[in-house]
Design a protein around this ligand. Structure first.
Ligand code: SF4
Length: 201
């Protein structure tokens, strides 16, 4: 199971095990910026993994934001960049599942109510068909409250933004607008600057 973060792992892992399925986790998220946040989420995953007693594999590349930035390029519009972001991570998870001869792969992204659930599902199923490892679909959002309670009970860090630098900027959009207004009004008060004069170079 592809793991996007520790808190999102808790409920799906519990639910799948209750259904009698064996779960192996796989952490690959080059979308997470900056490094300090990546490290913090890796630590949160370790807490979740330990509480669940779950086997987790990590992508050998560990932290590779350049790969993600190159793939997303100039697609700053959320719907477009998320599509690529899901694909990068789910392809890696499906490849890992194929390498391990596992019949299914899935993702904890299906748990988050902040993700584009239907898009995750359709990309997951498409990759499943092309790799020969079926995508296991379940709407884990049904356990959202339970998963949040589990994370709070364990004292696991719950991140305030999705992961990429764009989502971090979106989180602070209102504050950034207020800051811009402040800068503009400061500029207006600077004395001795003739705003109509031509540049001298
Ligand atoms: S908002 Fe989340 S899913 Fe979308 S591109 Fe950023 S990190 Fe990826």
């Amino acid at each position: 199971m592809h793991i996007c973060c520790g808190p999102c792992l808790l409920y799906p892992a519990k639910d799948l095990r209750a259904d009698g399925l064996d779960v192996v986790g796989y952490f690959y998220n080059p979308n997470i910026h900056p490094f300090t946040e990546f490290e913090r989420r890796a630590d949160a995953l370790e807490q979740a993994r330990s509480a669940l007693g779950l086997d987790v594999l990590y992508n050998e590349a560990a932290y590779e934001p350049v790969h993600w930035l190159r793939a997303v390029g100039e697609r700053t519009v959320q719907a477009q960049r998320c599509q690529i972001c899901y694909r990068i991570r789910l392809e890696a998870a499906a490849r890992k599942a194929a390498e391990l001869n596992l019949p299914y792969y899935s993702t904890t992204l299906l748990y988050s109510k902040y993700q584009r659930h239907d898009l995750v599902r359709s990309i997951g199923e498409e990759i499943g068909e092309s790799t020969g490892v079926k995508f296991f679909y379940k709407d884990f959002r049904a356990g959202w409250d339970e998963g949040v309670s589990m994370a709070i009970g364990l004292g696991i860090y719950r991140q305030p933004y999705c992961g990429c630098i764009y989502s971090e900027a979106e989180r602070y959009h209102k504050r950034a607008v207020r800051l811009k207004d402040r800068f503009m009004s400061c500029n207006q008060t600077v004395k001795g600057v003739d705003k109509k004069s031509e540049p001298i170079s």
